[in-house]
Design a protein around this ligand. Structure first.
Ligand code: SAH
Length: 250
């Protein structure tokens, strides 16, 4: 038996609810997967959990599903943002895909002094985030922002959010995150060229920043993003049970 098709839809889900398919979804279900009326798929919309839905009918360009029963409650990711300096296209796509799988709530490309990337297409990145959420069983698609300057994001930093500043200059020292408080956080990963001296000085001086090392080797930015998400999820996120404050350090 093959795994059931999972689709992200922008439509309310509930018992008896009809859900229209977009042309690409109809193409995928009816031409690629060759599903017919009555076939069951799974759908989620980021609000109503996951639902089993049956194909009601369709053509090559459209169709509808009918919701049958809820199969999963909504599982919100922890309140974690991933800020990263965009790199080459395929590696940026990788970062977005992995961030969606790893449970970031918001993905923010930020332009730093040494960022050296082609134009960031947020709509393309959103499509990657949706695909990743569909295949990993998530019930939410992370928000993907347009690229913005890192300095501007720091100028308007929200009260109460902490920043896990991954500083390559700390290579080889301890990670020092395990005893940090839970709550809203953001991870910051620099570009291939690293952070400029001015940026590093500013970041270290921010009262909400926790500078961390990701071990004894310099990682590429895409590896660093996955490593940082892992470290954060393990220390402060949903790998150690959902909701409520940590009771004891690992
Ligand atoms: N060119 C830089 C490395 C940049 S690595 C140099 O040689 O120093 C890209 C980004 O990944 C960094 O800005 C940092 O955010 C993160 N990173 C990579 N390895 C790291 C490490 N060992 N500790 C902390 N952050 C790291």
């Amino acid at each position: 038996m093959t795994a059931k098709v999972r689709l992200y839809v922008e439509h309310p889900l509930g018992a008896g609810q009809s859900v229209p398919l977009t042309p690409p979804q109809a193409h995928y279900l009816f031409n690629v997967m060759r599903l017919g009326p009555g076939a069951e798929v799974l759908v989620f919309n980021g609000h109503d959990g996951e639902w089993a839905a049956a194909v009601e009918g369709g053509t090559k360009r459209g169709g509808t599903l009918g919701c049958v029963a809820q199969t999963k409650a909504l599982q919100l990711p922890p309140d974690l943002w991933l800020m990263f300096a965009p790199i080459k296209k395929a590696r940026t796509d990788f970062i977005v895909e992995k961030a969606a799988e790893m449970g970031a709530a918001r993905i923010m490309p930020v332009i730093t002094a040494f960022t050296n990337a082609e134009r960031v297409r947020a709509d393309r990145l959103r499509a990657h985030a949706i695909e990743a959420a569909e295949q990993c069983g998530g019930t939410v698609v992370p928000q993907v922002d347009e690229a913005q300057k890192m300095g501007a994001v720091l100028d308007h930093w929200p009260e109460g959010r902490r920043l896990m500043f991954c500083d390559e200059a700390l290579v080889g020292s301890g990670a020092a995150l395990l005893d940090a408080p839970r709550g809203p956080w953001a991870i910051l990963i620099g570009p291939e060229g690293g952070f400029s001296p001015d940026e590093r000085a500013r970041l270290h001086a921010l009262p909400f920043a926790h500078a961390v090392s990701l071990g004894p080797r310099i990682l590429r930015a895409d590896t660093a993003a996955v490593a940082a998400l892992t470290l954060w999820q393990m220390a402060l996120g949903d790998w150690r049970g959902f909701s409520g404050p940590a009771t004891a350090p690992i």
